[in-house]
Design a protein around this ligand. Structure first.
Ligand code: MG
Length: 168
């Protein structure tokens, strides 16, 4: 089993997220520091205003972010808060399960996102983009099914206040 040999990220080390679209083109490159890694769940943090590369140009997020990546899940969860402030938003990206190797986190962004407000409002975003890219890149049926299930799963976790949505 490859999963048993999976590389763990040392706490305090740097990790660079490199998300691509389905055809391999760069979509999002964001620097993180590793908080913890148990071999499946990798937790990282991002400091507000650090430059992020996006396919639409450089972006500096106003939010300090705590990010949860599970190596066996088709989504990740960003906990966003302005420096020194309470939780602003949970932002969940539907992606292929991430890999971690040589300080790099890699996955394919599958467009669909789920936003969870602190008050409990849950919103599915970018359905139109998902439909467009599904046709453009020819997502296999299995990928479409996993992506839809991931959006549902993460929304259910949020609705039930389960980890990491119990982390306020
Ligand atoms: Mg999206």
């Amino acid at each position: 089993m490859k999963s048993a040999e999976m590389e763990r990220a040392p706490s305090g080390s740097r990790a660079l997220l490199k998300a691509t679209k389905f055809d391999g083109t760069a979509h999002w490159i964001q620097p993180f520091k590793v908080v913890s890694d148990d071999g499946n769940l990798l937790v990282t943090e991002y400091r507000a205003r650090t430059p992020i590369f996006t396919s639409r140009g450089e972006f500096r997020s106003p939010y300090d972010s705590l990010v949860y990546f599970w190596r066996d899940r088709w989504f990740n969860v960003f906990r966003l808060a302005r420096p020194g402030c309470e939780l602003a938003l949970w932002y969940c990206n539907v992606t292929t399960p991430p890999t971690f190797e040589d300080g790099q986190i890699n996955y394919v962004d599958l467009d669909l996102d789920v936003a969870v407000r602190p008050g409990g409002v849950i919103e599915l975003l970018d359905e139109d983009e998902f439909q467009a890219h599904r046709e453009k890149y020819g997502y296999p049926a299995g990928v479409v099914a996993e992506a839809r299930r991931a959006a549902e799963d993460v929304a259910n976790l949020a609705r039930q206040g389960e980890f990491p949505f119990d982390q306020g």
